[in-house]
Ligand binder design. Structure first.
Ligand code: 4NP
Length: 163
């Protein structure tokens, strides 16, 4: 039987900058829409360097300025069960996409997509802000907010209607 919940996994490299930002923003959008019981959100990294760590201080500060709370999140690595568990496995950039496709069982690869497919802005990747300045974290938030709006509209139009 199909799960009554739609499950969304946000994925980047470290799970301390981009994907926790997307995680926190999408949780807030889902709550605002009154859909918390129907849409579950998580995030993970393809790399293992930051397992157990809080999101990057700069990501937490930039998010907090816009009203998003990243403080309770802890980094984890993508694992084999994720490919069965989640309906949408959303990569922040093309490297994350390739790594996920390589890790995924072939019959689950259709779940893996670029997160920015859900924005109408003409950009495919959320740039990695880790080695840059604070403006990079603002750009992440701008792209993430836009794609979260598009993703929520898409799920509401397609998945929730069908379940
Ligand atoms: P994220 O950013 O993938 O958006 O979490 C990064 C965080 C850490 C590293 C690279 C990217 N790192 O090399 O440790």
């Amino acid at each position: 039987m199909q799960s009554p919940q739609v499950k969304v996994l946000m994925v980047c490299l470290g799970n301390i900058c981009r994907s926790p930002t997307a995680h926190a923003v999408f949780v807030q959008r889902v709550e605002e829409a009154g859909l918390s019981k129907r849409i579950a959100v998580d995030s993970a990294g393809t790399g293992d360097w930051h397992i157990g760590h809080k999101p990057d201080t700069r990501a937490r500060a930039a998010g907090a300025k816009r009203g998003y709370d990243l403080d309770s999140l802890r980094a984890r690595q993508v694992c084999a069960e994720d490919f069965n568990e989640f309906d949408y496995i959303l990569a922040m950039d093309e490297n994350n996409l390739r790594d996920l496709q390589r890790l995924s069982p072939p019959d689950q690869r259709h779940k893996i997509r670029l997160f920015l497919e859900f924005t109408d802005q003409n950009v495919s990747a959320v740039p990695d802000p880790y080695y840059g300045g604070p403006e990079g974290f603002e750009q992440v938030l701008d792209l993430v907010e836009s794609a979260c709006d598009g993703l929520l509209a898409h799920i509401a139009d397609t998945e929730l209607r069908a379940r």
